[in-house]
Design a protein around this ligand. Structure first.
Ligand SMILES: [Zn+2]
Length: 307
């Protein structure tokens, strides 16, 4: 079975200003590398559909979702914070970004694909139940995970977050929920400046010092995630795939390269094949060096699709 690649033209229309690193050209950079690497034609392609209000309200507060709907500007930008702005297309893009995960879960459960990558934006893992922040409005991975738990009645799912920033929104939504094991690493003392000393036991988010190498991060994954993941035996695996821990990315200072992303993806696949029949839905989160982003997504997809 193949890997499903989900995106939507609406995800290209959300933009927050020419200066902003979370820009539509990120999707172009990924698409260019899919074509030039020759893997584009080996993937299944689908356009995402809208997440419904009910889908979004499983993890976000009603007042917050109403606020976002009211705040769509007719032109220009509505500034939620200096880094997180809505343009006239943001809400539509956010619905399509969240809907991609739901389409992915349903496609995998129907046997149409083995796993899926959602090339969507705005990203989601910083979006809190009642707050947009860090370029994120709707928590796409949380919407999909909550949908899978409810619709398919899974007893155990895992969320793996390898973005360089802490997935604070996702952590807040599932802290203490024993159906969920979240594993992440993040560069300490950068945005969103979360401290993880007293995490609930279903949260394995590990701080990493600036300038850590890919080798150090691989060791952390091996020592701190893998035993727990194999023991937990998730029935479905969700991935917050941010590529901003890449050594060429200027938003952080870690030293990963494409081979490290391929290796981490292989670990994720091994967990999914052990207990989840290979079921994985991966979401694009960060990654702001356009060239490194495109190359790293291809490395991730080649492992998912066994190419
Ligand atoms: Zn990030």
């Amino acid at each position: 079975m193949q890997t499903l690649y989900i995106t939507h033209p609406a995800c290209h229309l959300h933009e927050m200003g020419d200066w902003h690193p979370e820009c539509p050209q990120r999707l172009d950079a990924i698409n260019d590398q899919l074509l030039s690497s020759g893997i584009d034609g080996l993937l299944l392609h689908e356009q995402s559909t809208d997440a419904t209000d009910a889908d979004i309200l499983r993890v976000h507060a009603t007042d917050y979702w109403s606020f976002l709907k009211r705040s769509v500007p007719e032109s220009g930008y509505f500034e939620i914070d200096p880094d997180t702005l809505m343009n006239p297309h943001t809400l539509d893009a956010a619905r399509k970004a969240a809907g991609a995960g739901i389409l992915a879960v349903d496609s995998i459960m129907a046997g149409h694909a083995q796993n899926a990558f959602c090339a969507v934006r705005p990203p989601g893992h910083h979006a809190r139940p009642s707050l947009a922040m860090g370029f994120c409005f709707v928590n796409n991975i949380a919407v999909a995970a909550a949908y899978a738990l409810e619709k398919y009645g899974f007893e155990r799912i895992s969320i793996i977050d390898f973005d360089v920033h802490h997935g604070n929104g996702t952590a807040e939504m599932f802290a203490g929920d024993e159906r969920v094991l979240m594993c992440g690493f993040f560069q300490e003392s950068i945005f969103p400046n979360v401290h993880t000393q007293n995490q609930p036991k279903n949260m394995l988010n590990i701080p990493v010092e600036a300038y850590a190498s890919g080798e150090q991060v691989r060791k952390l994954v091996e020592d701190r995630w893998m035993t727990d993941l194999f023991e937990f035996e998730p029935q479905f695996v969700f991935v917050s795939a941010g590529f901003d821990a890449h050594r060429e990315d200027e938003l952080a200072q870690l030293g990963l390269v494409e081979a490290d992303y391929a290796w981490i993806t292989q670990q994720i696949v091994s967990v999914a094949e052990h207990s989840a029949q290979g079921r994985i839905v991966s979401f694009l989160e960060g990654g702001y060096s356009l060239s490194a982003l495109g190359r790293s997504v291809v490395a991730h997809l080649k492992v998912l699709a066994k190419l």
